[in-house]
Design a protein around this ligand. Structure first.
Ligand code: SER
Length: 319
């Protein structure tokens, strides 16, 4: 099947880099980017683009029919920290958009769906180190609840209606191109921006808070790989554990200091500390590695190098 792709939430942190990658792989005419507003002009101006509210079933269906879409990447979501401020909005956005897409697939309008899950599906009762694929899952955030429920529905739609839906549990994603929005892992991006602009960062998590993280290039590779994998190799239809590295704020600071020796960090934990404390420190992603050959490339120092080099370049270009 030659994919004709719709990306929902194409202006967001992962959506924007995914859009660029998919346009590169499949061609500009095969990829329609969409979002609720024009908040990333690079994406809006670099190919097909539609304004689309992921919660509006009728508009979604019209768009899918208009472009004869067969594959949807549903990247619109409210993340963990913002979700705690607006619980019902997070529930509505995260669940309604998923049901719309799953139902369009069930009704035969689309053939293949990518929907991201997250390490937020785990909770305080989950084993924290090398968290297995199958384990206790009692998420304590609204975001985590939507992702866990979403996983159950994805598996249900696969089993009952043969919907080809694929998912991975993203860790915190680090990128120099787009800023994350409203997550608990956002510090791992902010810290590089502040290291260059101020030489200092005040972290909203404590220095020993270890969380699973991944460089954007690895996250995009995983997304493309799972969608390109033959159907029979996707043996898990809820969502795959996915891991690259784990680190603490202190370790990122040390990695930055290797390049910017004057950099300093202080700690002022806020409400996001509780969220971080409820999540795993590290993830066992053996199934993804075995079933569809997942492997990551970037470790912490490689990420630091990419982040500082590229953010510096951007500052020079803009000055
Ligand atoms: N990065 C997300 C968050 O912090 C986790 O999936 O909410």
């Amino acid at each position: 099947m030659n994919p004709k792709i719709l990306i929902i939430g194409a202006c967001g942190q992962i959506g924007s880099e995914l859009t660029t990658k998919l346009r590169h792989i499949y061609g500009d005419n095969q990829v329609v980017a969409s979002d609720i507003s024009y908040n990333n002009l690079d994406i809006v101006n670099s190919g097909l683009f539609e304004i689309l509210d992921a919660q509006d079933y009728a508009s979604l269906k019209i768009c899918i029919e208009k472009y004869e879409i067969n594959t949807v990447y549903l990247m619109a979501a409210m993340l963990s920290a913002t979700g705690e401020k607006y619980p019902m909005k997070a529930w509505d956005l995260n669940m309604n958009s998923l049901f719309h897409v799953l139902n369009l697939a069930k009704e035969g309008f689309i053939k293949k769906v990518f929907w991201p899950s997250s390490i937020a599906v785990f909770g305080p009762t989950t084993p924290k180190v090398n968290t297995p694929q199958y384990t206790v899952m009692e998420p304590s955030t609204v975001y985590g609840i939507t992702k866990q429920v979403g996983e159950r529905w994805c598996e249900y739609y696969f089993n009952k209606y043969n919907v080809d839906v694929r998912s991975i549990r993203y860790p915190g994603i680090i990128s120099h191109k787009t800023l994350p929005g409203g997550g608990t892992t956002d510090y791992a991006v902010d810290i590089y921006h502040k290291a260059l602009s101020d030489g200092h960062y005040e972290c909203f998590l404590t220095e020993e808070t270890e969380l699973p993280m991944m460089f954007m290039d690895d996250a995009i590779k995983a997304t493309v790989d799972i969608m390109q994998a033959p159907t029979e190799s996707i043996k898990i239809r809820s969502a795959y554990n996915l891991a690259a590295i784990s680190f603490t704020p202190r370790e990122v600071a040390e990695s930055i200091k290797k390049q910017l020796s004057d950099f300093t960090i202080s700690y002022a934990p806020d409400f996001r500390q509780d969220i971080a404390d409820s999540w795993p420190k590290s993830i066992d992603d053996n199934e993804a590695r075995k079933h569809w050959n997942w492997s990551h490339e970037f470790d912490l120092d490689a990420i630091t190098n990419e982040m500082l080099t590229n953010l510096e370049k951007k500052t020079l270009q803009n000055s």
